[in-house]
Ligand binder design. Structure first.
Ligand code: CTP
Ligand code: CA
Length: 225
Protein backbone atom coordinates (compact mmCIF):
# COMPACT_ATOMS: atom_id res chain seq x y z
CA UNK A 1 0.00 0.00 0.00
CA UNK A 2 2.87 2.30 0.81
CA UNK A 3 4.26 1.64 -2.69
CA UNK A 4 0.87 2.24 -4.32
CA UNK A 5 0.65 5.61 -2.62
CA UNK A 6 4.05 6.46 -4.01
CA UNK A 7 5.69 6.48 -0.60
CA UNK A 8 7.94 3.42 -0.96
CA UNK A 9 11.68 3.88 -0.45
CA UNK A 10 12.31 3.28 -4.18
CA UNK A 11 9.34 5.20 -5.57
CA UNK A 12 10.30 7.19 -8.65
CA UNK A 13 13.28 4.89 -9.26
CA UNK A 14 13.84 2.61 -12.24
CA UNK A 15 15.39 -0.73 -11.31
CA UNK A 16 16.65 -3.13 -14.00
CA UNK A 17 16.98 -6.81 -13.05
CA UNK A 18 18.37 -9.65 -15.17
CA UNK A 19 17.32 -13.14 -14.20
CA UNK A 20 17.29 -16.81 -15.13
CA UNK A 21 19.57 -18.83 -17.37
CA UNK A 22 20.25 -18.15 -21.02
CA UNK A 23 19.81 -20.79 -23.69
CA UNK A 24 22.41 -20.96 -26.44
CA UNK A 25 21.29 -22.93 -29.48
CA UNK A 26 23.23 -25.87 -30.89
CA UNK A 27 20.63 -26.60 -33.58
CA UNK A 28 16.86 -25.94 -33.83
CA UNK A 29 16.05 -28.53 -31.14
CA UNK A 30 19.07 -28.42 -28.81
CA UNK A 31 20.69 -25.82 -26.58
CA UNK A 32 23.30 -25.23 -23.88
CA UNK A 33 21.92 -24.00 -20.57
CA UNK A 34 22.60 -24.00 -16.82
CA UNK A 35 20.79 -24.79 -13.58
CA UNK A 36 19.52 -21.29 -12.73
CA UNK A 37 15.83 -21.38 -11.75
CA UNK A 38 15.37 -17.60 -11.82
CA UNK A 39 14.04 -17.68 -8.25
CA UNK A 40 16.55 -15.19 -6.79
CA UNK A 41 16.05 -12.72 -9.65
CA UNK A 42 12.26 -12.94 -9.34
CA UNK A 43 12.50 -12.38 -5.57
CA UNK A 44 14.64 -9.27 -6.09
CA UNK A 45 12.32 -7.86 -8.76
CA UNK A 46 9.35 -8.44 -6.43
CA UNK A 47 11.10 -6.72 -3.52
CA UNK A 48 12.02 -3.74 -5.73
CA UNK A 49 8.42 -3.50 -6.92
CA UNK A 50 7.17 -3.66 -3.33
CA UNK A 51 9.55 -0.80 -2.47
CA UNK A 52 7.79 1.30 -5.10
CA UNK A 53 10.27 1.05 -7.99
CA UNK A 54 9.41 0.72 -11.66
CA UNK A 55 11.05 -2.59 -12.54
CA UNK A 56 12.35 -3.81 -15.91
CA UNK A 57 12.78 -7.58 -15.60
CA UNK A 58 14.91 -9.06 -18.38
CA UNK A 59 14.61 -12.81 -18.05
CA UNK A 60 15.93 -15.88 -19.79
CA UNK A 61 13.87 -19.08 -19.87
CA UNK A 62 13.39 -19.46 -16.09
CA UNK A 63 11.48 -22.21 -14.33
CA UNK A 64 9.72 -19.85 -11.92
CA UNK A 65 7.19 -17.30 -13.24
CA UNK A 66 8.05 -13.59 -13.27
CA UNK A 67 6.43 -11.43 -10.59
CA UNK A 68 3.26 -9.46 -11.32
CA UNK A 69 3.54 -5.73 -11.69
CA UNK A 70 6.94 -5.56 -13.41
CA UNK A 71 7.81 -4.98 -17.08
CA UNK A 72 8.83 -8.44 -18.31
CA UNK A 73 11.21 -8.68 -21.27
CA UNK A 74 11.74 -12.32 -22.27
CA UNK A 75 14.96 -13.37 -24.01
CA UNK A 76 16.66 -16.66 -24.87
CA UNK A 77 20.33 -16.00 -25.52
CA UNK A 78 23.05 -13.89 -23.90
CA UNK A 79 23.20 -11.64 -26.93
CA UNK A 80 19.44 -11.04 -26.79
CA UNK A 81 19.77 -10.32 -23.06
CA UNK A 82 22.47 -7.73 -23.79
CA UNK A 83 20.25 -5.98 -26.38
CA UNK A 84 17.28 -5.92 -24.00
CA UNK A 85 19.38 -4.57 -21.12
CA UNK A 86 20.89 -1.76 -23.21
CA UNK A 87 17.40 -0.88 -24.53
CA UNK A 88 16.08 -0.63 -20.96
CA UNK A 89 18.66 2.00 -19.92
CA UNK A 90 18.71 4.51 -18.32
CA UNK A 91 18.07 3.04 -14.89
CA UNK A 92 18.93 4.13 -11.35
CA UNK A 93 19.94 0.63 -10.31
CA UNK A 94 20.88 -2.47 -12.34
CA UNK A 95 21.02 -5.86 -10.62
CA UNK A 96 22.53 -8.71 -12.67
CA UNK A 97 21.15 -11.92 -11.24
CA UNK A 98 21.05 -13.87 -14.51
CA UNK A 99 23.29 -16.90 -14.97
CA UNK A 100 24.47 -15.85 -18.42
CA UNK A 101 26.05 -18.63 -20.48
CA UNK A 102 29.74 -17.79 -20.82
CA UNK A 103 29.97 -19.42 -24.24
CA UNK A 104 27.67 -19.92 -27.19
CA UNK A 105 28.06 -22.29 -30.12
CA UNK A 106 29.81 -20.18 -32.73
CA UNK A 107 27.76 -21.39 -35.67
CA UNK A 108 24.58 -23.20 -34.63
CA UNK A 109 23.24 -25.55 -37.27
CA UNK A 110 20.05 -24.34 -38.97
CA UNK A 111 19.00 -27.97 -39.45
CA UNK A 112 18.68 -30.66 -36.79
CA UNK A 113 22.02 -32.41 -36.49
CA UNK A 114 21.77 -36.14 -37.31
CA UNK A 115 23.78 -39.12 -36.12
CA UNK A 116 26.02 -40.25 -38.91
CA UNK A 117 27.60 -43.68 -38.58
CA UNK A 118 29.14 -43.10 -35.12
CA UNK A 119 30.97 -39.88 -36.06
CA UNK A 120 30.75 -37.48 -33.11
CA UNK A 121 29.82 -33.81 -33.54
CA UNK A 122 32.37 -31.13 -32.64
CA UNK A 123 31.10 -27.82 -31.31
CA UNK A 124 33.04 -24.60 -31.81
CA UNK A 125 32.46 -22.04 -29.06
CA UNK A 126 32.54 -18.26 -28.96
CA UNK A 127 32.61 -16.15 -25.78
CA UNK A 128 29.43 -14.23 -24.95
CA UNK A 129 29.48 -10.50 -24.20
CA UNK A 130 29.84 -9.62 -20.50
CA UNK A 131 26.67 -7.57 -19.97
CA UNK A 132 27.49 -6.51 -16.40
CA UNK A 133 30.96 -5.28 -17.37
CA UNK A 134 29.58 -3.36 -20.33
CA UNK A 135 26.85 -1.63 -18.30
CA UNK A 136 29.38 -0.80 -15.54
CA UNK A 137 31.38 1.20 -18.10
CA UNK A 138 28.44 2.54 -20.11
CA UNK A 139 27.94 6.30 -20.48
CA UNK A 140 24.41 5.75 -19.10
CA UNK A 141 25.81 3.81 -16.16
CA UNK A 142 23.19 3.39 -13.42
CA UNK A 143 24.04 4.95 -10.04
CA UNK A 144 24.34 1.46 -8.58
CA UNK A 145 25.48 -1.58 -10.57
CA UNK A 146 25.25 -4.87 -8.70
CA UNK A 147 26.38 -8.36 -9.72
CA UNK A 148 26.07 -11.87 -8.36
CA UNK A 149 28.81 -14.48 -8.39
CA UNK A 150 28.48 -18.19 -7.77
CA UNK A 151 31.78 -19.57 -6.47
CA UNK A 152 32.87 -22.94 -5.14
CA UNK A 153 36.10 -21.88 -3.39
CA UNK A 154 37.93 -18.76 -2.14
CA UNK A 155 34.55 -17.06 -2.38
CA UNK A 156 35.42 -13.60 -1.04
CA UNK A 157 38.76 -13.38 -2.91
CA UNK A 158 37.26 -14.35 -6.25
CA UNK A 159 34.31 -12.02 -5.74
CA UNK A 160 36.56 -9.08 -4.81
CA UNK A 161 38.62 -9.60 -7.95
CA UNK A 162 35.44 -9.96 -10.02
CA UNK A 163 34.04 -6.68 -8.63
CA UNK A 164 37.15 -4.81 -9.71
CA UNK A 165 37.44 -6.51 -13.08
CA UNK A 166 33.83 -5.81 -13.99
CA UNK A 167 33.72 -2.30 -12.51
CA UNK A 168 30.49 -2.80 -10.57
CA UNK A 169 29.68 -1.36 -7.14
CA UNK A 170 28.62 -4.47 -5.25
CA UNK A 171 28.86 -8.21 -5.71
CA UNK A 172 26.73 -10.73 -3.86
CA UNK A 173 28.80 -13.89 -3.88
CA UNK A 174 27.20 -17.19 -3.10
CA UNK A 175 28.98 -20.29 -2.04
CA UNK A 176 27.78 -23.14 -4.25
CA UNK A 177 30.34 -25.64 -2.95
CA UNK A 178 28.02 -27.99 -1.05
CA UNK A 179 27.25 -30.82 -3.47
CA UNK A 180 23.47 -30.43 -3.69
CA UNK A 181 24.10 -26.88 -4.87
CA UNK A 182 22.39 -23.68 -3.80
CA UNK A 183 21.57 -23.08 -7.46
CA UNK A 184 17.94 -24.12 -7.76
CA UNK A 185 17.61 -24.31 -3.96
CA UNK A 186 15.45 -22.13 -1.73
CA UNK A 187 18.25 -20.43 0.20
CA UNK A 188 21.34 -18.36 -0.43
CA UNK A 189 24.49 -17.93 1.66
CA UNK A 190 25.78 -14.55 0.56
CA UNK A 191 29.07 -12.73 1.00
CA UNK A 192 28.39 -9.06 0.27
CA UNK A 193 31.36 -7.33 -1.39
CA UNK A 194 31.69 -3.56 -1.80
CA UNK A 195 34.60 -1.13 -2.04
CA UNK A 196 34.51 -1.08 1.78
CA UNK A 197 35.15 -4.82 2.09
CA UNK A 198 33.35 -8.11 2.61
CA UNK A 199 30.40 -8.93 4.89
CA UNK A 200 28.96 -12.37 5.56
CA UNK A 201 25.19 -12.39 5.40
CA UNK A 202 23.50 -15.20 7.33
CA UNK A 203 22.17 -18.05 5.16
CA UNK A 204 18.58 -17.09 4.43
CA UNK A 205 15.70 -17.67 2.06
CA UNK A 206 15.90 -15.98 -1.33
CA UNK A 207 13.08 -13.60 -0.34
CA UNK A 208 15.00 -12.52 2.77
CA UNK A 209 18.18 -11.97 0.72
CA UNK A 210 16.13 -9.91 -1.75
CA UNK A 211 14.58 -7.75 0.96
CA UNK A 212 17.94 -7.16 2.59
CA UNK A 213 19.49 -6.12 -0.74
CA UNK A 214 16.63 -3.76 -1.59
CA UNK A 215 16.85 -2.13 1.86
CA UNK A 216 20.58 -1.66 1.32
CA UNK A 217 19.98 -0.10 -2.10
CA UNK A 218 17.34 2.26 -0.73
CA UNK A 219 19.68 3.36 2.07
CA UNK A 220 22.53 3.94 -0.40
CA UNK A 221 20.37 5.99 -2.78
CA UNK A 222 19.06 8.00 0.18
CA UNK A 223 22.65 8.85 1.08
CA UNK A 224 22.54 6.95 4.38
CA UNK A 225 25.54 4.74 3.59
N1 CTP B 1 27.35 -11.66 -16.22
C1 CTP B 1 26.89 -10.94 -17.30
N2 CTP B 1 27.21 -11.33 -18.56
C2 CTP B 1 27.99 -12.41 -18.77
C3 CTP B 1 28.48 -13.15 -17.67
C4 CTP B 1 28.14 -12.75 -16.41
O1 CTP B 1 26.16 -9.95 -17.11
N3 CTP B 1 28.31 -12.76 -20.01
C5 CTP B 1 27.02 -11.21 -14.86
C6 CTP B 1 26.19 -12.19 -14.05
O2 CTP B 1 24.81 -11.91 -14.20
C7 CTP B 1 26.66 -11.94 -12.63
C8 CTP B 1 28.11 -11.52 -12.80
O3 CTP B 1 28.25 -11.09 -14.17
O4 CTP B 1 26.00 -10.85 -12.04
C9 CTP B 1 29.13 -12.55 -12.49
O5 CTP B 1 28.90 -13.69 -13.26
P1 CTP B 1 29.95 -14.88 -13.17
O6 CTP B 1 29.50 -15.99 -14.05
O7 CTP B 1 30.18 -15.18 -11.72
O8 CTP B 1 31.27 -14.17 -13.72
P2 CTP B 1 32.18 -14.44 -14.97
O9 CTP B 1 32.85 -13.16 -15.30
O10 CTP B 1 31.40 -15.10 -16.06
O11 CTP B 1 33.29 -15.40 -14.40
P3 CTP B 1 33.36 -17.01 -14.24
O12 CTP B 1 34.48 -17.44 -15.10
O13 CTP B 1 33.64 -17.21 -12.75
O14 CTP B 1 32.03 -17.61 -14.64
CA1 CA C 1 30.22 -17.04 -15.86
Amino acid sequence: IEAQLGGGPLSGRHVLVTSGPTHEPIDPVRYIANRSSGAQGAAIARAARDAGARVSFVTGPASVPPPEGVDVIRVETAREMREAVLAALPADVAIFVAAVADWRVATPSDRKMKKSGGALPVLDFAENPDILAEVSRHDQRPTLVIGFAAETHDVADHARAKRERKGCDWILANDVSDGTGIMGGAENAVTFISAEGAEEWPRAGKDAVATRLIERIAAKLAGEL
